[in-house]
Design a protein around this ligand. Structure first.
Ligand SMILES: *Cc1c(COP(=O)(O)O)cnc(C)c1O
Length: 401
């Protein structure tokens, strides 16, 4: 029995929305599956493939004046152009004036926003419970004379430290704690104080949440996770609606050269065609696993924003179209958690999340996240949900012995 209406979440789940230009035909309203399948496709050309193959070029023929679009391979590449259009159509369907830039990794995208927007003497607000590399970024920002303030994601606590900040960085749902904050409320408060707003949209994917529609200036994500979903490439992107700010992000990409290879960009685009299928299946599986864990006789402190009983559920259902594929819970001890992971047969003990093959790990093994020793982050793949539930319950039994 399902607690939430369906695995893909509340809000406008599955609803049609404005069709994007290009791949889905300008102005037509189509469903999310259709949009994902056609995202970023160029106009058909006789004898050409539907999705043109990767363009491997360090430089392009360029006689005369060096005008764009394609001059040198660190600045632009036609394979990125198709992928950037695809992601833009998903992050901001039917909206003009949104620019998307792809990067070599999620961290390249995140750093490009932070380091292009902030100057010595500025203040930035980061989440205290966000992605585990943020503390390293914090140290680097501070070394450049930027004031870094942090507050937890839950309870919209970042509101309390906003005064005088230049940029607010939101991560919702947060990884790995799965707390959620109210993006509309935080964005309005930040804008009232003249601050820009960026949302890390990695966990939700653009099908689960569209930060630009909720008021953010940047939607930033790691495409390494569910966006591409096969655990075989690293990728990142920034989508933004402020032309000047995006020009600075583009300049940063050029300066640091944090560019994706054409092969990775093409694989990512190919993978996006199945995004809606994967998200629907994985989110439904995550809800099934979360419910099974919650029904277990020990209190495992299960967190999943799709559970009606979850502290994040109310806010999540106001701004998300799906609740993600990550479930977290806490086993009583580190040894129990290790036995549980060992006993799983369908779930690989590996880091990262969002892939079609389920993974889980004891998050505390890395240090850095403020989580208990027995804390498990489980990423639900595209296996049959009943098989995963059975595997998880069997591993819980076996590890209890
Ligand atoms: C993985 C992740 C990142 C970093 O992405 P990479 O592609 O590994 O560089 C950033 N934010 C969140 C929320 C992540 O899960």
């Amino acid at each position: 029995m399902s607690e939430a209406a369906d695995g893909t979440g509340g809000g406008a789940a599955g609803g049609a929305s404005a069709g994007a230009a290009g791949g889905t035909g300008a102005g037509r309203r189509v469903g999310e599956g259709t949009r994902a399948v056609r995202a970023g496709l160029p106009e058909p050309v006789k004898h050409e493939p539907t999705l043109p193959g990767p363009v491997f070029a360090a430089h392009f023929h360029l006689p005369g004046e060096p005008t764009g679009p394609y001059t040198y391979g660190r600045d632009e590449n036609p394979t990125w152009t198709h992928l950037e259009r695809a992601i833009g159509e998903l992050e901001a369907p039917g909206r003009d004036g949104v620019e998307t830039l792809v990067f070599a990794s999620g961290m390249a995208a995140i750093s490009s926003v932070l380091f292009s927007q902030l100057r010595a003497g500025d203040a930035v607000v980061l989440p205290s419970d966000g992605y585990q590399v943020l503390p390293l970024v914090r140290a680097q920002l501070e070394a450049y004379g930027i004031e870094v303030r942090t507050a937890p994601t839950g309870g919209d606590a970042q509101l309390d430290v906003l005064d005088g900040a230049k940029l607010l960085w939101i991560e919702t749902p947060s990884n790995p704690g799965l707390d959620v904050c109210d993006v509309r409320r935080l964005a309005a408060a930040a804008h009232a104080r003249g601050a820009l707003v960026a949302v890390d949209n990695t966990l939700a994917t653009p099908l689960g949440q569209r930060p630009l529609e909720l008021g953010a200036d940047f939607s930033v994500a790691s495409g390494t996770k569910q966006l591409t979903g096969h655990g075989d490439i690293l990728l990142g992107y920034v989508a933004g609606r402020d032309t000047e700010a995006m020009a600075a992000v583009r300049r940063w990409r050029k300066i640091v050269g944090a560019i994706p290879g054409p092969m990775e960009a093409w694989l990512a685009h190919r993978s996006i065609a199945t995004l809606q299928l994967r998200v629907e299946r994985q989110n439904a599986g995550a809800l099934a696993v979360a419910e099974a864990l919650r029904a277990w006789h020990e209190d495992l402190g299960v967190r999943y924003p799709g559970l009606l009983s979850d502290p994040s559920h109310k806010t999540a259902s106001q701004q998300m179209h799906g609740f993600g594929c990550v479930v977290s819970f806490t086993l009583p001890t580190r040894a129990r958690a290790d036995r549980f992971l060992d006993a799983l047969r369908l779930v690989d003990d590996a880091t990262s999340f969002g892939g079609v093959r389920s993974t889980a790990e004891r998050r505390g093994r890395w240090g850095g996240d403020a989580v208990p020793e027995g804390f498990i982050r489980l990423s639900v793949g595209a296996e049959d949900p009943q098989d995963l539930v059975a595997d998880v319950l069997r591993a819980l039994h076996e590890s209890a012995r």
